[in-house]
Ligand binder design. Structure first.
Ligand code: NAD
Ligand code: GLY
Length: 359
């Protein structure tokens, strides 16, 4: 098992990464001296696969868990779901000393985390991410929240978990499309911070797609290390943390205009990252060879790199980008790459440059 620390003073926690970890959930929670009652929030796909093991492990360690199952998919990340979960927590007398375990992908983690942040003004929570995307990104760093019709993640909080438990075995049941979408975030870490990771991905992509255990353990741990380093320096995104949003301005807008139905998050940010690399070439002088390497890696991972938008859709995309949380004084700010492994943030980009990059 590998452990990555997220050092945030009295809100510090560990990310534990390895195979066969889910049956150890209860013991890990006991070590943290969490309260005896807990709610395991999961979705209707993950629940039938893993809730039994999670609940049994918690019971064996002396906890009294109840389960909340929500529908799978992005539309579950809503205030409506939160409301129904509040009612269930109240019915089962979840108290201030109780805790929530989010067992699932980023949807369950973001929604379950916001539930924990807001119920009784905040109770402990544990992340058990079961998708690659959630293991390398969404379960780490404390951003929790839900979507509004107007845009993604517009309601939320910064609320750190007490523990993140990444059982790599759970990736064995993950549909390949979801695995590829998770790789989009791993590639992002290479672009924003680590040229060596990027080269490793270029070299080992076929093995990773076949779930090579050693390779997966490495990329999950390395991604978490990079994210932890950034979050440690800028937990509430006053500056540096923005670099984690490389490719997300366009990606989130694509998700919004397609009403979260057409693209998985990782697919949308794959298109967004390739567009951002072209914008980086035009604005920061990123070399064409590096733009080509970026596009080729996403393509080899089986991810889309381009989108065709008719004029009205393009207008909608720009409108959605203006609702991005990173907009400042009405200006959309971009994260752009100087080279693979190094980015700059807070950059104004002319509309025409964005349009060209999307063509
Ligand atoms: P997801 O949670 O919707 O999971 C994808 C699908 O896979 C779901 O249908 C789920 O039921 C299923 N699934 C999950 N684990 C499985 C497993 N082990 N086996 C079989 N099926 C499984 O999607 P996601 O890609 O994990 O997360 C996307 C969400 O994460 C988005 O809402 C995005 O905004 C959010 N996100 C948040 C952050 C953050 O910092 N909080 C960062 C990145 C993304
Ligand atoms: N995924 C972006 C962040 O955590 O800041």
């Amino acid at each position: 098992m590998r452990t990555v620390k997220v050092p945030l003073g009295d809100r510090s926690y560990s990310i534990k990464i390895g195979g066969g970890l889910l049956p150890r959930l209860g013991n890990e929670c006991r070590r943290l001296k969490l309260g005896s009652r807990c709610a395991v929030v999961t979705d209707r796909t993950v629940g039938p696969l893993y809730a039994r093991t999670a609940l049994a492990s918690l019971r064996q360690a002396g906890f009294a868990p109840m389960e909340i199952r929500v529908p799978a998919g992005e539309t579950t990340k809503s205030l409506r779901t939160i409301h129904t979960c509040y009612d269930q927590l109240a019915r089962h007398r979840i108290e201030r000393s109780s805790f929530i375990t989010a067992l699932g992908g980023g949807v369950v983690g973001d929604m379950g985390g916001f539930l924990a942040a807001s119920y009784l003004r905040g109770i402990d929570f544990v992340q058990v991410p079961t998708t690659l995307l959630a293991q390398v990104d969404s379960s780490v760093g404390g951003k929790v929240g839900v979507n509004l019709k107007a845009g993604k993640n517009l309601v939320g909080a910064f609320y750190q978990p007490r523990l993140v438990l990444c059982d790599l075995d759970s990736l064995k049941t993950l549909p390949k499309r979801e695995l590829r979408a998770g790789l989009a975030e791993v590639i992002k870490y290479g672009i924003i911070d680590d040229a060596t990771l990027f080269r490793r991905l270029e070299r080992t992509l076929p093995e990773l797609l076949q779930l090579d255990a050693v390779g997966l353990a490495h990329i999950v741990a390395r991604s978490c290390q990079i994210k932890a380093k950034i979050v440690e320096q800028d937990e509430r995104e006053d500056g540096l943390r923005a670099i984690l949003n490389y490719g997300h301005t366009i990606g989130h807008a694509l998700e919004t205009i397609s009403r979260y139905g057409k693209y998985l998050h990782g697919e949308a940010i794959s298109i967004g990252q390739v567009a951002a690399s072209r914008i980086s070439r035009d604005v920061l002088g990123l070399g064409q060879a590096e733009v080509d390497r970026i596009e080729a890696l996403f393509a080899r991972a089986g991810l889309r790199t381009t989108v065709r938008l008719a004029t009205p859709q393009m207008a909608k995309l720009f409108a959605a980008m203006k609702l991005d949380k990173k907009v400042s004084r009405g200006k959309v700010k971009f994260v752009l790459a100087k080279k693979i492994g190094q980015v700059e943030f807070g950059i104004d980009v002319p509309r025409a440059t964005i349009k060209t990059a999307l063509k």
